[in-house]
Design a protein around this ligand. Structure first.
Ligand code: ZN
Ligand code: ZN
Ligand code: ZN
Ligand code: ZN
Length: 381
């Protein structure tokens, strides 16, 4: 069984990692209802920022596989003639392409686009249709009394106009025939790599910034974030037998709440279950032994280990084994106290009993975040 969370904008449950909590109005929001603002567009190959708003693909040397869209690795071969040849290979689907001899080269994407104009029947067809409709429109414009446009004015045109009526020419004009239209499914040329975008997001209720990314394309840092996962404890649902091997009832479950690593002040949480489940605890407190960040790394690790629920401690590493025996010899928690199953520094295990089998069950949590109570709905399924 897993827990997913609801955003007020929909009934579709989300992963906790997709939700944000506004620092100003405390509204919970998801990517669907947040307001995005474009920060930058950049090429994920060369990390150059887009030069114009309408640019969609790299204009330098990054190419992608036309089959699976992965970035292509390019190798160069110097020929005896002094010319060069490039080979492009997709490491994903093994698609490969070798360019003809190239004498001068400004950019690889430019070279590929030139080849496309010459070799690709679809590009040729598109260009001839564009030319055809452009010419036809100009002739129609002339028929309506417009002046001859400079782009089509030529001796040839005037010679033809002497012999033929304009309306006839408009009807006669036809684009080049599209030969070899059979789509063999063979894709001949690589494509310039498509750009990626970074967005900043605003709260849908009050407009306050929720996330701000670093403007450097190489950085995945956030200048500002409000991820719910950093503010809320994580919730895992397991069979109670996993925590208490003596319990064999299939409908007996356990809710395991673990605080995020960054928390160190006690949090009092109110919990309410839907009619299909029974949770005998209404309120519980996640308390801490002390802050996680200690002076030495070893101490920080030891403090983090105290935040692992006892049933999850195995003896795979020394540090886990030591903590386990420490808890067994000096139990710091009193099981079944206040109806709880187990409790420790930054974690708490609550019993939950399934009364009626259902596809989904709901719980509602009320948690104080920066002094304000925030209510969240979780869907268990
Ligand atoms: Zn807000
Ligand atoms: Zn939403
Ligand atoms: Zn690039
Ligand atoms: Zn590929």
């Amino acid at each position: 069984m897993i827990a997913q969370w609801l955003c007020s904008c929909s009934t579709e449950p989300n992963s906790i990692y997709k939700l944000n909590i506004c620092a100003k109005c405390h509204r919970v929001s998801c990517n669907w209802c947040q307001k995005p603002e474009l920060l930058i567009k950049y090429c994920p190959g060369c990390f150059r920022v887009a030069e114009s708003e309408g640019q969609l693909r790299c204009v330098h040397n990054c190419l992608e596989c036309p089959r699976c869209e992965l970035i292509l690795s390019v190798s160069m071969e110097k020929l005896a003639s002094g010319h060069k040849r490039f080979e492009m290979v997709c490491n994903g689907c093994s698609w490969r392409y070798k360019t003809p001899e190239v004498s001068t080269l400004k950019t690889l994407t430019g070279c590929v686009e030139e080849l496309r104009k010459k070799e690709d029947p679809y590009t040729q067809r598109f260009n001839s249709l564009r030319e055809f409709y452009g010419f036809k429109r100009e002739l129609q414009y002339m028929e309506e009394g417009g002046e001859v446009s400079e782009s089509i004015a030529s001796k040839e045109l005037f010679d033809r106009l002497n012999e033929t009526k304009l309306y006839k020419m408009i009807n006669e004009e036809c684009p080049i025939e599209f030969k070899d239209t059979k789509d063999s499914g063979d894709i001949a040329l690589p494509l310039p790599l498509r750009l990626r975008a970074k967005f900043d997001y605003r709260c849908p209720s009050c407009g306050e910034w929720l996330t701000k990314s670093h403007p450097d394309p190489r950085s995945s840092r956030f200048l500002l974030e409000s991820f719910a996962a950093h503010m809320l404890p994580s919730l895992e649902i397991v069979h109670r037998s996993k925590v208490e091997p003596s319990v064999s009832d299939e409908n007996a479950m356990a809710l395991v709440f673990t605080a995020s690593d960054q928390s160190d002040t006690p949090v009092e949480i109110t919990i309410l279950g839907s009619a299909t489940i029974h949770i005998p605890v209404r309120q519980f407190t996640l308390a801490y032994d002390g802050p996680v960040k200690c002076e030495s790394t070893m101490e920080t690790i030891k403090r983090l280990v105290t935040r692992v629920p006892t049933y999850q401690l195995n003896s795979n590493t020394n540090i886990l084994a030591t903590e386990k025996s420490r808890r067994l010899t000096r139990p710091e928690t009193a099981p079944h106290k206040n109806n709880m199953i187990d409790q420790g520094s930054g974690w708490c295990i609550l019993p939950m009993y399934i009364l009626e089998p259902a596809k989904t069950h709901r719980i509602q949590l009320t948690i104080p975040i920066k002094g304000v109570y925030v209510t969240l709905q979780a869907v268990l399924h």
